[in-house]
Ligand binder design. Structure first.
Ligand code: ADP
Length: 138
């Protein structure tokens, strides 16, 4: 069984869409093994989004991700990493297909409702970044 990390971003939390998004993941048979609300700080975000640090819109992303609390989820299931990426759709919500989380609920490239780990290596790094081992169910 794999685990992946999903972040329900500030737009998701502020629009009251957490239940709708979690329902979609649970509906696919994935189990919530960790769940907590967090107010992210700049140091954690610079680590999490290190691959974007040189881009001109990086300060906007830092601001958006700190504009309200997020919910961090650890989801478990068979091939959950790729399947969750497929369920959320591409980064740009306006290009995401109907039926995907971002296609149905996202606004644009930045306000796109969710983050999800994109590989086994990033899932492991993000489990460590967002959760203490004691916060994850077996
Ligand atoms: P993903 O979240 O789909 O894995 P990236 O890792 O490339 O995408 O980007 C991380 C986040 O940074 C995106 O989810 C989005 O919120 C923001 N972002 C990425 N590219 C852009 C862009 N061109 N304009 C505004 N925000 C962006």
């Amino acid at each position: 069984m794999e685990k992946t990390v999903v972040l329900l971003k500030p737009d998701c939390v502020q629009k009251g869409l957490m239940g709708e998004v979690i329902k979609r993941f649970e509906g696919e048979g994935f189990l919530v093994k960790g769940c907590k609300m967090m107010q992210l700080d700049e140091a954690l975000l610079r680590d999490h989004y290190a691959h974007l640090a040189d881009l001109p819109f990086f300060p906007e992303i830092l601001g958006f991700m700190q504009s309200a609390p997020i919910m961090a989820l650890a989801l478990e299931g068979d091939e959950v990493i790729q399947k969750v990426r497929d369920l959320i759709g591409p980064t740009d919500s306006t290009k995401a297909d109907p039926g995907t989380v971002r296609g149905d609920l996202g606004e644009d490239k930045m306000r796109n409702v969710v983050h999800a780990s994109d590989s086994a290596a990033s899932a492991q790094a993000e489990l460590n970044r967002f959760f203490d081992p004691s916060e994850l169910l077996q």
